[in-house]
Design a protein around this ligand. Structure first.
Ligand SMILES: [Zn+2]
Length: 131
């Protein structure tokens, strides 16, 4: 079990941050393209990165059109929380280290490949994006 290098950690964290910003920008554009006053107000609110959980706010607003982005935002928020707790890269099921290559392909992965396959079987196929 090798410890990751500082560089590897930074690389994954940067990937999470970058994707998060991309998603926020997309969601903001989608909200702005509507005529709904609540959503327009929301578009301005999520510009503020200080918001605790953008995903929660969006779910609250029932912005169905951005639902698939919200799910990914939620996954990224969860991953960032694990980074802060120092548990990022550990499988949530068995606690072993998730392979760096797997995380590089899917930075939000929360299970090692073995547990993910078992999980997918148990829940009847993958509902998550299989990057
Ligand atoms: Zn596992």
């Amino acid at each position: 079990m090798d410890e990751w290098t500082t560089q590897q950690r930074a690389q994954l964290k940067a990937a999470l941050d970058r994707r998060y910003k991309e998603l926020l920008a997309m969601v903001r554009e989608e909200l702005r393209s509507t005529e709904q006053p609540t959503w327009l107000a929301l578009a301005d609110r999520i510009t503020d990165i200080g918001i605790e959980s953008v995903a929660d706010v969006l779910t609250e607003a029932r912005a169905v059109s951005v639902d698939h982005h919200v799910r990914e935002l939620r996954a990224i928020e969860a991953a960032r929380l694990r980074v802060r707790q120092g548990r990022y890269g550990e499988c949530v099921e068995c606690g072993t280290d998730i392979a760096f290559d797997r995380l590089r392909a899917l930075p939000t992965a929360e299970r090692c490949i073995t547990c993910q396959q078992e999980h997918d079987q148990a829940y009847g196929g993958s509902v998550l994006p299989t990057l």
